[in-house]
Design a protein around this ligand. Sequence first.
Ligand SMILES: [Zn+2]
Length: 346
Amino acid sequence: MKAVVFHEFGGLDCLQLEDVPDPKPGPGEVLIDIAAAALNHLDVDVREGISRFPVEPPFILGVEVVGRIAELGEGVEGWAVGDRVMPYLMNTCGNCKYCRRGDESLCLEAGFISFSTSGGYAEQLVCPIGHLMRVPEELSDEAAAALQIAFGTAWHMLFTRGRLKPGETVMINAVGSGIGSAAVQLAQLAGGTVIGNASSDEKLAKASELGMDHGINHQTQDVVEEVMRLTDGAGVDLVFEHVGGELFQKGLDSLGKDGRLVICGGHSGEVVPFDIIPFFRMQRQIIGSFVYTRSEVETCLELARKGKIMPLVYKVFPLDEARDAMACMERREHFGKIVLKPGANA
Ligand SMILES: [Zn+2]
């Protein structure tokens, strides 16, 4: 099969389209013909060797995949060739105290499945059946590929970790990103008042179409001042943070009393100064969030099937243009996800 491989960590140039041996499903596994694979910033970190995950080249990137079952391994029951599926991308042990109580995202052995098998920048992938989720036919390949990380992460952050309740006000940082635009849709669906920020008025206009109530351009406006104006000085109940750096600090300063800031990323500054005094006097909370559970993704798949939410796809590239696709993502101009589609070469 064709796959995009890198043999040493580095920039875009290290990606190469190659013929690699066809993967074979072992017992309890299936072979998937990949229909679409979404790109994530994690892929850039992995390619550059700075992901802090145990990855060794040669390596095939891509954690978010949708396709159809092409072949069943020995002993596989309940699945058929042609079934439309996506793998739940976390590898969990199923046996630690967190797995046993249903909190897979806290698993002590958690890792990404494609780090131990292989990734989605390819024509095929082998997957253990314990990871398979059915994909409704109502969703296109591209939209389904764009759903899991964006909506799963946003759901876990807003509701499971952030405990968003109807009637609360939430500020969503960087609404132009995959998880930002997903969070706008889910928070709106849950009856929250949604304030969002972005680096351009175009991105804010698109987020308004998704249900954002108020937009703040963080390049031209003072985020905290605007939040206080919009909330009559009260601040927001929840900040949805995944950016780091200045937006993390502005998010904290935008919280009201007893406000929560839930965070899952920090690309724009992973180490930040922190003012302890208002933090404890206002009785605020900072809550870490990592990935999501399989059932959270299945709930989002059902919402997408009903047309209540829509995964946003910015652009689709054929597999042999993986470098261009990654370059496009690294320029951060996109609104929604960038997707590779192996079939697009044919
Ligand atoms: Zn576990």
